[in-house]
Unconditional design. Structure first.
Length: 167
């Protein structure tokens, strides 16, 4: 029997461009980002979507986003796998993270950046349409793959896509 696998893909919340001396990697969240990230955590609680495993970019804005989310979800931050490839590599790094999930996990989450997050969301949705992933958006997929390593567009379907603006 196959256990349904759920994939949550989140783009980091809105970041600040105020300090032009900061490297892109170090940009913090702006006030809207600090407001949206916890709201998205609350949304996940309402949906009953508490991830078993989280892969996050270590870039400041992604890190701040997931820290707000896990605080709402009451998940220990030690559960987060800081995955540099989600910042430094392309869309394939997101697929690799998902496919590397522990088999006992039922809900896996990635937190990262565009255009990679958007590319993987579109790919998992079967490239049937253009899907926008604004800041702090979360896309939810279900997969009936036998194992995480076999997750692909062929066995995934988009369940919902939520943006903070619509909450």
């Amino acid at each position: 029997m196959t256990t349904k696998k759920t994939i949550l893909m989140m783009r980091h919340a809105k970041s600040s461009w105020e300090d032009s001396s900061l490297r892109d990697f170090d940009r913090p969240l702006n006030s809207r980002g600090k407001r949206d990230a916890p709201r998205m955590g609350q949304f996940l609680i309402e949906k009953g979507m508490i991830p078993d495993q989280i892969f996050s970019s270590p870039a400041a804005r992604a890190k701040a986003t997931i820290m707000h989310v896990v605080k709402e979800l009451e998940i220990d931050e030690n559960e987060i796998s800081w995955t540099e490839n989600l910042y430094f590599s392309g869309a394939g790094a997101y697929t690799e993270a998902i496919q590397s999930a522990d088999e006992q996990s039922e809900i896996v989450m990635t937190i990262g950046h565009n255009p990679m997050t958007e590319q993987v969301v579109e790919m998992l949705a079967g490239n049937r349409r253009s899907l926008r992933m604004p800041t702090a958006a979360i896309a939810c997929f279900e997969s009936d793959a036998e194992s995480w390593g076999l997750v692909s567009p062929a066995n995934c379907r988009l369940i919902w896509l939520q943006v903070p603006k619509e909450l």
